[in-house]
Ligand binder design. Structure first.
Ligand code: BES
Ligand code: ZN
Ligand code: ZN
Length: 482
């Protein structure tokens, strides 16, 4: 994992700060804001000529008294928000990395109110996945960032949250032969230690015995030990306060099972544990920030492979809540392991609400591409909170309906439900409708289909090219008021 971990704050003016590489901001169509005559005059001339306009993503380099000053465009002032501040901070780090500069100072773009976003932006923008590069010349890492101005505590909080997103990205980026269910359990163990949480891991024999037929069924085809992982964090003053429960799909490689996937791009199915990476990322942040809330995380985790012991189309499985499931396609396995996760959460925790995160359907990519996560659930007030947090963090969501017409589509002729809806129709909603069968009555619940957003999007200054994004960690932390 690589991201800048040394993030500090200083109230010095940039001219006095010891760092020799400084990034300052300039709004579009606003008077020059850089405080240094030698630069202001040149910047003014460039603005007048239209050589530099202050548009988002534009940069201009100046040199003064041994310092290199990059002026970066912040766009129109009235459009500037936390997302723009985050991206400008990310951009500053990308510039430093591309020029092989180790230590930089940046302005707290937009002012004090954006301190947290700036802290997030520097960690997210400096993220690189270099673990498998063996030649030093192929890598360059940023060592330190000083933020000039802003609120120290908020900047640190932003850096901690950003580092948890980077942690989540790493889990997703590691290949299936590293990021195994055992690896996820080990990672959960170290989070538990750091955050004073309790951890329970059920092994294959235990969860099979307990009646988790969904996870047991999917895991039949692999020798890699599957796990059912639970982290419990009780930080609220009232330990009896209902916990908020987060469930994540931890499918560490999805070959599709007997209903095997086509070979092209099958490697991308290493990202099929990104739901677990989201909820582990949230718990990672909670372990450091120690908020006064109760949170439980549940990750059912296995591979979905094919072999002599693998489960088959037509098999009927019994989930933890006793419902029977007809398996019509072994590639619709995520909903089977989540069925046990959601049933377990509903039975054992009297949750205030349940949120689940899963790279669940290819159909969500057809609907929304890599731009937004599909959300659906049973509670409008909770959905409103999700949408408000989505606005705050810039992680886009789009709602889908779970109308009775759709819910009927997953009824089976011979079992209670089947693991597919109508072929080639509303596939993401069918998956959501299936999951609803395993959420306890009256428990507010929202399902996040992150198959498009968890990886592979267009790069931005805070999102890496084509790889795991850590989607949702920031949104959930905002929703939990961490
Ligand atoms: N892991 C996949 C969904 C997926 C597809 C994630 C593309 C990321 C990118 C999931 O397990 C799956 O295979 N779903 C099937 C369901 C179908 C058989 C009903 C799908 O979407 O094709
Ligand atoms: Zn699948
Ligand atoms: Zn899958």
């Amino acid at each position: 994992m690589s991201y800048v971990s040394n993030v500090t704050q200083s109230n010095e003016a940039w001219l006095n700060n010891e760092k020799t590489f400084i990034v300052l901001g300039q709004f579009q169509d606003e008077p020059v804001s850089v405080q240094a005559d030698a630069i202001s005059a040149q910047l003014n001339a460039a603005l007048k000529l239209g050589d530099f306009k202050g548009k988002t993503g534009e940069n201009r380099t100046f040199y003064l008294g041994g310092k290199t000053i990059v002026v970066t465009g912040l766009g129109k002032k009235d459009k500037f928000d936390a997302d723009a501040a985050r991206k400008a901070a990310g951009q500053a780090c990308r510039i430093a990395i591309s020029r092989k500069v180790n230590n930089i100072a940046i302005e707290c773009f937009g002012g004090e109110e954006y301190s947290q976003a700036i802290g997030e932006g520097v960690t997210l923008g400096s993220y690189q996945f270099l673990d498998y590069k063996t030649k030093k010349k192929d890598t360059f890492e940023l060592s330190s960032v000083t933020v000039l101005g802003g609120e120290k505590d908020d900047i640190q909080k932003g850096a901690t949250i950003g580092s948890s997103v980077c942690f989540s990205r790493d889990l997703g980026n590691h290949p299936g032969n590293t990021s195994t269910p055992t690896h996820l359990a080990n990672v959960a163990q170290s989070i538990a230690k750091e955050g004073n949480m309790s951890i329970t891991v059920f092994e294959r024999e235990e969860f099979t015995e307990m009646g988790m037929g969904g996870l047991a069924g999917v895991a039949q085809g692999t020798d890699e030990p599957p796990k059912f992982i639970i982290l419990e964090y009780y930080g609220a003053e009232d330990k009896d306060e209902k916990p908020k429960v987060l469930v994540g799909k931890g499918l560490t490689f999805d070959a599709g099972g007997i209903s095997i996937k086509p070979g092209a791009s099958m490697d991308e199915m290493k990202y099929d544990m990104c739901g677990s990476a989201t909820v582990l990322g949230v718990m990672h942040a909670i372990a450091s920030l120690k908020p006064k809330i109760n949170v439980v995380m549940i990750v059912p985790s296995t591979e979905n492979l094919l072999g002599a012991k693998a489960y088959k189309p037509g098999d009927i499985l019994t989930a933890y809540n006793g419902k029977t499931i007809e398996v019509l396609n072994t590639d619709a396995e995520g909903r089977l392991i989540l069925a046990d996760g959601l049933s377990y959460a509903s039975k054992h925790y009297d949750p205030e609400f349940i949120l689940d995160f899963a790279t669940l359907t290819g159909a969500i990519l057809f609907a929304l591409g890599h731009e937004a996560t599909g959300v659906m659930g049973t509670n409008n007030a909770l959905m409103d909170q999700v949408k408000a947090s989505s606005k705050n963090t810039g992680e886009k969501v789009w709602g889908f309906p779970l109308w009775p017409e759709y819910c009927k589509q997953i009824k089976s002729d011979i079992a209670d439900v089947k693991n597919m809806g109508a072929p080639r129709q509303a596939g993401s909603i069918a998956a959501g409708a299936f999951l609803k069968e395993f959420v306890g009555k009256d428990i507010p619940w929202i399902h996040f289909d992150i198959a498009g957003t968890a990886w592979g999007g267009k790069p931005t200054s805070i999102d890496p090219k084509g790889s795991a994004t850590g989607w949702g960690v920031r949104l959930v932390l905002d929703l939990l008021n961490v």
